[in-house]
Write a protein that binds this ligand. Structure first.
Ligand SMILES: Cc1cc2nc3c(=O)[nH]c(=O)nc-3n(C[C@H](O)[C@H](O)[C@H](O)COP(=O)(O)OP(=O)(O)OC[C@H]3O[C@@H](n4cnc5c(N)ncnc54)[C@H](O)[C@@H]3O)c2cc1C
Length: 404
């Protein structure tokens, strides 16, 4: 295994870092002001379109699609350090067309869409003209077990009729969100892993509505996280994604690269928090000496550095396995990093918050927002406990013969 960044990654990383410093960081205040002035937390501020145009001009567009003709054509291992940089800034992923849930949707469409679906759904997403959402989780069933998903997708002549109640449909409140990839039951009598399908549902389909947005720790911003309802919504049969009954397999395929992205962004957030912790600890004087001279602070700094290095190495290994043996062969590592990276980032950010005192929980510093983000990573795309269960099952399997 060799995780040293190659010259291409180094060059892109330098370009991305310069873009963040010169254009994205200064745009944060403008973005906030434009949203506040609009009076709508889900407003799409014009400054974002300026950033997107600049990212395209700088060749920093669609960096995420592994080894594709679209964008930079990077491997997962090459993209990982860029994704880590993105974890330091709340705007850069969208500015470079690398933000969830669009990235996962584009990956699925790139692999499984028909020519018609590519033209209508994938191409405008790749150009950054629209946004999309992913509607799987449901309020009435434990959705961490995908076989529980109960919404219905029923064939009726040349159409499918959708009756679905979803929530946590991220991005659906954005005026630029134009369609959902929705998962539901298409054959209730089939084997549990062949019961579901995925289908593309344009937002202007009659019968669809956003019921409400769900604030996260009291915050409601960006495209929002929404409760969504589809009542007798009819879409053409050619909008089925992949084969009927293939929904569970598509859900698995969607999660591999997305989890690496979440983890690398979490590690980027942890690096930023440690940087802030170290700087502040040198500047802030209490009881006659800088906080950096306190043993307990040094302990926190050292623990944080060790944990970040461990999490990054394991995530790079998962990315390398994705590239060399595919998502199936990387299953264990992908489950492991999803647990480790979010936990580590949460711990490091929490230490930085503590060191900052009152300032740490304010919005004057990014720490509170970073902590909120990484806390949700322990739930989104599969909760920690489910990954631990999968790892434990694999570990215990060889010992089953010892059962009495
Ligand atoms: C900010 C945010 C954004 C999201 N965006 C999206 C989105 O865009 N689209 C979408 O479809 N969903 C989205 N989700 C939903 C997310 O994927 C689900 O919340 C997650 O999969 C868990 O499903 P659930 O909420 O139904 O929890 P449940 O399935 O009810 O599980 C609850 C808890 O039970 C425990 N548990 C479950 N299984 C086990 C086990 N085997 N062993 C031990 N404990 C277990 C876990 O602690 C788990 O957290 C988002 C969630 C959040 C918070």
């Amino acid at each position: 295994m060799d995780f040293a960044p190659n010259s291409r990654t180094e060059e892109l990383r330098e370009r991305l870092a310069a873009f963040i410093m010169e254009r994205v960081d200064p745009a944060e205040a403008v973005y906030a002001q434009q949203v506040t002035e609009s009076g709508d937390p889900h407003f799409h501020p014009p400054v974002m379109e300026e950033l997107k145009a600049e990212a395209k001009a700088r060749g920093l567009w669609n960096l995420f699609l592994p080894e594709s003709e679209h964008g930079a054509g990077l491997t997962n291992l090459e993209y990982a350090p860029l994704c880590e940089l993105m974890g330091r800034s709340p705007l850069v992923a969208e500015a470079t067309n690398c933000s969830a849930p669009d990235t996962g949707n584009m990956e699925l469409l790139h692999q499984f869409a028909t020519p018609l679906q590519r033209e209508q759904f994938l191409d405008p997403l790749l150009r950054g003209e629209i946004r999309s959402c992913f509607a799987m989780t449901e309020p009435w069933v434990a959705s961490s077990d995908a076989t529980n998903i109960a919404s219905r997708i029923e064939r009726d002549g040349d159409h499918y009729v959708i009756n679905a109640h979803k929530w946590w449909t991220s991005g659906a409140a954005s005026p630029r969100c134009k369609f959902a990839i929705l998962m539901g039951v298409s054959d209730p009598d089939a084997d549990p892993h062949r019961r579901h399908s995925m289908i593309l549902v344009p937002f202007d389909t009659p019968g669809f509505r956003v019921v409400r947005t769900l604030p996260v720790f009291g915050h409601d911003a960006g495209g929002g996280h929404c409760e969504t309802l589809w009542e007798d919504a009819r879409v053409p049969a050619e909008y089925i994604l992949g084969e009927e009954g293939g929904g569970f397999a598509l859900a698995q395929a969607r999660l591999g690269p997305g989890r690496i992205h979440h983890c690398m962004r979490a590690i980027g957030a942890a690096e930023l928090a440690l940087e802030l912790l170290c700087t502040r600890s040198q500047q802030r004087v209490a009881f006659g000496k800088p906080l950096a001279d306190q043993g307990v602070v040094q302990h926190d700094v050292a623990e944080s550095r060790i944990e970040i290095e461990q999490a990054r190495l394991l995530t790079m290994k998962a990315a390398w396995l994705m590239d060399t043996v595919g998502a199936k062969g990387a299953r264990f590592e992908i489950a492991a990093i999803k647990v480790v990276a979010a936990r580590v980032a949460g711990q490091v950010i929490d230490r930085a918050i503590q060191l900052f005192g009152g300032a740490g929980v304010s919005d004057d510093w990014p720490l509170a927002a970073l902590w909120t983000y990484v806390r949700t990573v322990r739930i989104v795309d599969g909760p920690d406990d489910v990954h631990l269960m999968q790892i434990a099952r694999r570990e215990l399997r060889p010992y089953e013969t010892f059962r009495t």
